[in-house]
Design a protein around this ligand. Structure first.
Ligand SMILES: C[S@@+](CC[C@H](N)C(=O)[O-])C[C@H]1O[C@@H](n2cnc3c(N)ncnc32)[C@H](O)[C@@H]1O
Length: 211
């Protein structure tokens, strides 16, 4: 029975599911830490040096709290400009996915990012995925269903993809490889690393037919 807290569309994830540390930390280490987490609050420990959280009564819109080297900005990650190495695990659900995906494209095009690492449902048939994530530089198909922090279940009922935009160090790609199958959408890079072998098939003799 659906309730207000969960969204049973495209995925059954709720907006307050945190990323387990084994997913984000190995990637963060290769980048010297993530600079920004624009959709934060559900994580068990801060994932980035700066994080954007929805305002509360205690922390109204526009306040910032600095604690143990982490700045929490109470605002709207969809309205802020993003910078540096960004970690994103946006709220999931039909009402959230298209808007956050659109924001990803806007920020990638704006050019203030170094890299963007987005963990999203592998909803590869949706417009939001096709239009905004399928063109990432790297797509990593996670080899297991993630048990998100706070989900209260063993593992999600959907598969996950990490979409990476920007130039990343080799160690980052190695870390991705530990999470699942990594696909580069850069055809020239694929050609450079996997030159086509000359064919060993002997051509059939021309039997005189019209070709
Ligand atoms: C799926 S959780 C991910 C949390 C964390 N980034 C992580 O990876 O574990 C999404 C978080 O974004 C927050 N959120 C939702 N809308 C937001 C907005 N417009 N701006 C900032 N945070 C938002 C939610 O409250 C929730 O804590």
């Amino acid at each position: 029975m659906p309730n207000d807290h969960r969204h049973y569309d495209e995925t059954d994830a709720g907006p307050e599911w945190g990323t387990p540390k084994w997913v984000w930390q190995p990637l963060a280490e290769t980048l010297g830490g993530f600079d920004l987490d624009p959709a934060s609050g559900a994580e068990e420990e801060p994932i980035a040096y700066v994080r954007v959280q929805l305002p509360t009564d205690e922390h109204p819109y526009g306040t910032a709290v600095r604690e143990e080297g982490v700045t929490t900005w109470y605002g709207d990650g969809l309205e802020e400009g993003w910078h540096g190495d960004v970690w994103l695990n946006p709220p999931y659900g039909r009402q959230h996915n298209p808007r956050w995906a659109q924001k990803v494209s806007e920020e990638v095009e704006r050019g203030a990012l170094d890299t963007l690492t987005a963990l999203v449902p592998a909803s590869t048939s949706t417009n939001w995925f096709q239009d905004h994530y399928a063109n990432a530089d790297l797509l990593t198909f996670i080899d297991q269903r993630i048990s998100f922090d706070g989900s209260g279940s063993d593992s999600a009922s959907f598969a996950s993809v990490i979409a990476t935009f920007g130039d990343v160090p080799t160690a980052y790609v190695d870390a991705l490889g530990e999470l699942g199958f990594v696909v580069s959408t850069d055809v020239s890079a694929v050609r450079a690393t996997a030159p086509r072998e000359p064919s060993t098939v002997t051509p059939e003799p021309n039997r005189g037919g019209v070709r």
